[in-house]
Design a binder for this molecule. Structure first.
Ligand code: EPU
Length: 344
């Protein structure tokens, strides 16, 4: 629990990029937070919060103070007015272990979100989502320390401004330190099977939250590499959203285009766009490349450094822009040091 200087982050980011943090402290108890935030502010240091490190692109040097959230705790609070079980989880809990424990406890709502790497506290930041469910759909409230007002806050889900891979916490980076999340889960299983490969389960006589979870685990294992085996940060780009006019023009040129209606727009499968550029399974000399089973996942098997990753990111963005006129936006968040510029 001591402050570390020039702390090695290479094993704390799933992309495996070599990186050092100017200062790092492991947070085991929430009451440590105000003191460290005050110290960082007095010394005019950036404050960054590290969870599982699964949605990060780190530069060689990360300036300021990194607070690594390691708090543990699970607590059933009772039921809300709709009869759902309220389950409070400390920020440092592992997301997938929580999903599994909820299903084993007979609760449903998280089964589609199985095997997503990362911590509970990170889940609301980018509103993790998979197979037709987003964490924002299951959230009751988020507790956080507000570094601006120095107060503890509890934000109901409706105030978190959740969107596709987006939330208030992402837009106000460095303001809120999420300390706990309360989920609202159901004892009455209502399957969400709209995603293509899950549809067949609707006719399965043994349909249960557990069966959905095991199916999702198998699907993910077949398409997404485990970061323990091949370093990666999940989807490296967001699925771009375009309006109907642009969609119709693209569809005329590319009848096979993979897209889904999203609000009154269209969401394009970025993995398909990259695949069409012939980049699936390809890699640079540094080993950075697009995974052979899912082109949207950037892999870093040789633990190459930041600039090698950015070089591949740009190569992919350029290929997709040249072929389809679409700009791909990176999903993992960038951490660097003053003067290292923006790498979008
Ligand atoms: N596709 C290809 N080639 C590829 C990859 C995809 O043709 O190399 C096409 C396929 O036709 C496929 C479609 O694209 O049917 C969509 O692919 P997939 O079902 O794998 O989903 P995705 O849109 O690429 C999103 C999330 C994933 C999430 C899955 C399942 C984003 C950026 N990614 O991927 O999230 O697990 O849906 O719901 O929204 C993550 O955020 O890290 C992540 C893995």
């Amino acid at each position: 629990m001591t402050l570390q200087h020039q702390a090695d982050l290479s094993k704390r980011n799933t992309l495996g990029v070599p990186s050092w943090a100017e200062h790092l402290i492991d947070i085991e108890q929430d009451d440590q937070i105000p003191g460290w935030v005050g110290w960082a502010q007095q010394n005019e240091l950036n404050i960054r919060v590290l969870g599982g490190g699964s949605n990060l692109l780190l530069d060689n040097r990360v300036d300021g103070l990194v607070l690594a959230m390691r708090t543990q705790g699970r607590q059933v609070l009772g039921q809300d007015d709709q009869g759902r079980t309220l389950w409070r989880l400390a920020a440092g809990e592992n997301w997938h272990e929580v999903v599994r424990a909820s299903v084993e406890a007979g609760l449903s709502g998280l089964e589609n979100l199985a095997l997503i790497p990362g911590s509970v506290g990170a889940a609301p930041i980018q509103n993790i989502g998979a197979y037709g469910v987003e964490v924002g759909d299951r959230l009751h409230d988020v507790e956080a320390y507000d570094c601006r007002t120095h107060q503890w806050v509890r934000l109901p889900a409706a105030q978190c401004e959740f969107g596709y891979r987006d939330s208030l916490f992402k837009r106000w980076e460095n303001r809120y330190i999420i300390t706990a999340v309360t989920l609202a889960l159901s004892t009455d299983f209502q399957p969400q099977l709209s995603y293509g490969p899950l549809q067949a389960l609707a006719h399965n006589p043994n349909l249960s939250a557990s069966l959905v979870m095991e199916t999702v685990i198998r699907l993910r294992q077949s398409k997404l590499p485990s970061p323990d085996v091949i370093p990666n940060a999940g989807s490296f780009f967001k699925n771009p959203q375009i309006d109907d006019a642009q969609f119709q023009r693209l569809k005329a040129d590319w009848p096979e285009l993979v897209a889904y209606p999203s609000d009154d727009e269209w969401k394009l499968a970025a993995g398909w766009l990259i695949d069409q550029c012939g980049l699936k399974g390809q890699a640079s000399d540094a080993g950075v490349g697009c995974y052979r089973e899912q082109a949207l996942v950037l892999i870093n098997p040789k633990r190459a450094e930041f600039l090698d990753v950015v070089t591949w990111q740009r190569l992919v963005q350029k290929a997709v822009a040249n072929r389809f006129g679409i700009v791909l936006e990176r999903e993992p968040r960038y951490w660097g040091s003053k003067g290292s510029g923006q790498f979008e």
